[in-house]
Design a protein around this ligand. Structure first.
Ligand code: GUN
Length: 293
């Protein structure tokens, strides 16, 4: 069994990006600038956004954090999105999800200029991704494919089972894994809450991508010997063993599954750091106007 070290790979990619930014600087070019909007004080979102800001520093980017309290109105938020769309210094921006219930996430996502949508959530980017055109690919799926690529894991003709059908992970990673590309070219099955026989389907998988947000859902009896297991779960489960009072828990019962796998990602330190680095790469592409002029 080989552990897929997302932390080490993401550190390397951040260094690669920082080198490119140094070159841009030396040539008098524009430093990429990412803005993030954070609404409220959800613990998970606070951590993710803080990590994104830190990664910007490590890559040599400019970053701007815009905070709102939970009672911000949808119109106020939409007005700020419009401002960021027009701000020529901002190359890309994200609105951290989830948003409070009184704000339509879809309305906010669609208000973002797709050319600055470094999260890859706008329908234009989602659509382009689905038909294999250049676009901002959302960060978690892009991070997963980068791990498969850097570990030289063969996906062609393999049976890839995706657990979960979210717009952020399940749907896009399924689309990318089926695309005629490397990595990709897999036969993909997407399982969700209405799928009967999930265990049987998993047992026939060469690659399992678990993105349900259901701690320890994938158990040893669901995994065939030699399978590749990618764990996207990051549920904060209360713990009296950590200073923060919680423990990030994956969708895979790592302790019993790991020994059966050819490759497996840990939680934390697997997909999580790759998600952030993929956002950094999208920001670099936005800064260089490589996808959209
Ligand atoms: N919430 C969970 N994951 C993400 C992400 O990748 N981007 C944003 N904006 N919000 C999220």
């Amino acid at each position: 069994m080989q552990l897929i070290d997302g932390k080490a790979i993401s550190d390397r990619i951040k260094q690669e990006i920082a080198c490119e930014v140094e070159k841009i600087k030396a040539e008098g070019g524009k430093i990429p600038h990412l803005a993030a909007i954070l609404v409220g004080h959800d613990g998970g979102s606070e951590t993710y956004v803080a990590n994104k800001v830190k990664a910007c520093e490590q890559c040599g980017f400019k970053s701007t954090l815009i905070r709102y309290e939970t009672d911000v109105t949808e119109n106020e938020l939409l007005a700020r999105v419009e401002e960021l769309n027009r701000d020529e210094d901002i190359d890309g921006f994200i609105v951290q999800l989830p948003l409070p219930g009184h704000i339509s996430e879809q309305k906010v996502i669609e208000a973002i200029d797709y050319r600055k949508d470094v999260d890859g959530f706008h329908p234009v980017n989602v659509g382009r991704m689905n038909i294999g055109l250049p676009c901002f690919v959302s960060a978690t799926p892009a991070g997963i494919l980068e791990l498969l690529k850097r570990y030289d894991i063969n996906t062609k003709g393999k049976h890839c089972v995706v657990l979960g059908r979210s717009n952020i992970v399940g749907k896009p990673v399924a689309a990318l894994m089926m695309q005629k590309a490397v990595p990709g070219n897999a036969t993909v099955t997407v399982c969700h809450s209405a799928t009967p026989d999930i265990k049987d389907i998993c047992r026939s998988a060469d690659i399992i991508i678990a993105a349900l947000g259901s701690p320890h859902f994938v158990t040893a009896d669901m995994v065939r010997d030699g399978a590749v297991v990618i764990d996207v779960g990051t549920t904060r489960v209360p713990s009296d063993k950590t200073k923060s009072g919680f423990k990030l828990t994956g969708d895979v019962k790592f302790d019993e599954v790991a020994s059966k796998c050819s490759y497996i990602t840990p939680v934390p330190g697997g997909v999580g750091p790759m998600t952030i680095v993929s956002l950094m790469r999208n920001t670099l592409l936005a800064g260089k106007k490589e996808i959209y002029k």
